[in-house]
Every structure is written in C-alpha cells, then in structure tokens.
Write a protein that binds this ligand. Structure first.
Ligand code: PMP
Length: 353
C-alpha cells in the first residue's frame, strides 16, 4: 500500500437507480414524475438571459426562499434551500447530528442516511420496522443524538399518521428531528404544521418528485429560524454557491403554478390507485403506498426474476439486493400508458413462468 492511501477517507457510496438511455424504454425505477414541469418553467427557460451566467448566483437563494416561504405561510428566515433534498439532508446531518449518542432511523428507509452517517462518522442505530413494514414510534423513545425518517417511508411507500409523527417529536425534544417528506404531496399530511409547535423539528421536501424537477436539483427545509441559521452557517462554511442561477429562477416559476401542481398530483394518485388494483389481480401484494411508487412482491415468482425479465424488455423498475427487501420490486408510477405497457407485459410473462 502506498503511504498516502492510509489517509484516504474510506466510504461505501450510495448507489442511485440506473439512468438508462434510449427512446423506447419505460423508466419506473427512480420515482421521477412522468409529467413535465409547469409550463411557466419552460417559458422562463426560453426567456433566460445567458449573459447572467457570467456572474455568481445569489448565495442566499433569496427569491426561491421567498416564494417557498409565501407558499407555505412561514417566514423567509424559516426556509433553507439546497441542491436537491440530498444536499439539504447531508447539511442537516453535518449541522445537527454531532452527539456521541447514536442517531436513529428505521432499518428500512432511505439508504443514503447510513452513507451520510458513515461519511461524517456519526454513530447510528436502526430500529426495525414491524412485519408489515410499519414504524413503531416507541422505538424512538430511547436516548439518541437525533432522529430522521422519511414520511411516507421509502422504499415501502407507507405513510405514518401525523399523530405518530408528533409522538416521535414529543419524545425527542432534546435533539433535532428531521422528517424527510420527499413523497408527502402524493397523499400524506405534512408535518409542516408542527413546525410552529416544535423548535427542534426540521421538515425536508423536494422539487424532484411532485414538482417534476429532479434534473434541476432543488430541495428545501422548513423549521425554526435557529435551525435554518445553523444550516446556513454550515453551508457557508462549505460552499457558498450551492444552487445555480437557472435552478433558482425555474424553481420560483414552478412554485407559482399551484393549479398545475395539484392537477399533476391528482393524475399520479389516480394512476397509483388503478395500478394497485391491477397489481393485486396479477398476484402482487404490497404495503398501501401513499407515494409515487409501489413496493410489491409476487405470490409465486421471485422479484429478481421479474426484474430481469422487465429489464430485458426495456422496462426499468428498482430492485434492492438486500436481505428482507430482495423479494420486492419498487415500481414508480408512470403515465397511464406506461403502466398499461407494464401490466400487459407482466400478464403475459407471469402466465409463461
Ligand atoms: N429522500 C428520499 C426518501 C428519497 O427517496 C430521495 C430520492 N432519492 C431523496 C430524499 C432525495 O431526493 P432529491 O435529492 O432529488 O431531492
């Protein structure tokens, strides 16, 4: 071994879903929105003055912070914006999870949490979900250095009712509790209303799913001004210009069009509910998803086999080669047409094996 290798930070990175290329494929593997962003986003993009690219963007992301604050009826000083919620959550780990005590998150949840904890050398424990993949709030009553969980949970899609979210926060008022609401707009109730009541609550959301802008990389956190100030202090100690100018401008446009946002959500939720019926008929079972994906297992055919068959036919879903999850497929909700192609293939395939 070369001497300098001893000083390399050794990490096992998070592995995002594939981004396969091609026109004919059906991509249901990374929980993207199948519909385009609001029309105003495209108009703003056409009007964008590229000469502005010479200059640094606004480090405080003032305009986007302000539109989000207005939209959610909070003060500007309660909003933090980052490059996707991944950036926001990574900042939250760095800022709030500095105890010797372990941070708690469910053993089945967003697999990036473990990666950040390892990267930043934060101790953690992962309480188990129950046999039906549910979070038990009592598992979070023990001493800890912070709590984070997705709601709805990923990759299960299950929503934890707000009373239970509050129960977890109420039992953890000495640490920061982060509720990762990447999928909240697809039918859950946000913990945002609890921000007034609990100074230690940070709610994180994203433009990547419900607002169809995964490629723009916009995420945000809402919480007490002291939490937001602390996040900004860490951000400015790391990289002042995290968010690029087009993302700021287009993010503001996306927030303006609430009617389009609601309509898109309605379509995806309707397709999801229809997909649940079809999948059940095909012999699948799954936790009752409140997100834009369904985490399904088949009564007879192993998930990995179905995954391979789908992929060979240019239909991409997500498969986790992990104990406890390896007989499930996570299927993102696409358009009605895409889902119909998936079901048509599954019907034929499942009959043949
Ligand atoms: N949280 C959860 C639970 C997710 O599934 C994802 C998507 N991979 C993210 C956060 C991050 O999304 P983004 O960085 O695109 O906002």
């Amino acid at each position: 071994m070369r001497a300098w290798e001893a000083n390399i930070r050794k990490v096992v990175p998070y592995v995002p879903g594939d981004q396969p290329k091609g026109d004919r494929l059906i991509k249901l593997n990374t929980n993207e929105n199948p519909y385009p962003p609001a029309p105003g986003v495209q108009d703003a993009l056409k009007r964008m003055d590229y000469d502005r690219f010479r200059k640094y963007p606004d480090p405080a992301v003032t305009d986007l912070v302000h539109s989000l604050a207005e939209y959610y009826h909070v003060g500007d000083e309660q909003v933090f914006v980052g490059v996707g919620s991944d950036d926001v959550i990574a900042m939250a780990f760095m800022t709030f999870f500095n105890s010797q005590k372990p941070v708690l998150f469910p053993n089945v949840s967003y697999s990036f949490y473990k990666v950040w904890a390892d990267l930043f050398r934060i101790p953690y424990e992962t309480p188990e979900l129950d046999a039906d993949f549910r979070i038990n709030p009592k598992d979070y009553y023990r001493e800890n250095g912070g709590v984070i969980f997705p709601n709805p949970n990923a990759p299960t899609g299950l929503f934890l009712p707000l009373e239970q979210v509050e129960d977890i926060i109420r039992h953890n008022q000495d640490v920061v509790v982060v509720v990762d609401e990447a999928y909240i707009d697809f039918g859950g109730t946000s913990a945002l209303e609890l921000v007034k009541k609990y100074e230690n609550l940070l709610v994180v959301q994203t433009f990547s799913k419900a607002r169809s802008m995964a490629g723009m990389r916009i995420g945000y956190a809402i919480g007490h001004p002291d939490l937001i100030r602390a996040l900004n202090d860490v951000k400015y100690s790391y990289n002042s210009y995290t968010m690029n100018m087009p993302s700021i401008v287009l993010g503001v446009e996306a927030v303006k069009d609430d009617a389009y946002f609601r309509e898109t959500l309605k379509k995806i939720i309707a397709t999801r509910e229809r997909s649940k019926l079809r999948l059940r008929k095909l012999g699948f079972s799954f936790p009752d998803s409140m997100s834009n994906f369904i985490f399904a297992t088949h009564e007879r055919v192993p998930a990995e086999k179905i995954f391979e068959a789908l992929r060979a036919n240019q239909i991409y879903v997500r498969y986790f080669r992990q104990p406890g999850l390896d007989n499930y497929l996570r299927i993102s909700i696409g358009t009605d047409e895409e889902m119909d192609e998936l079901f048509a293939f599954l019907e034929k395939y499942l009959r043949s094996v």
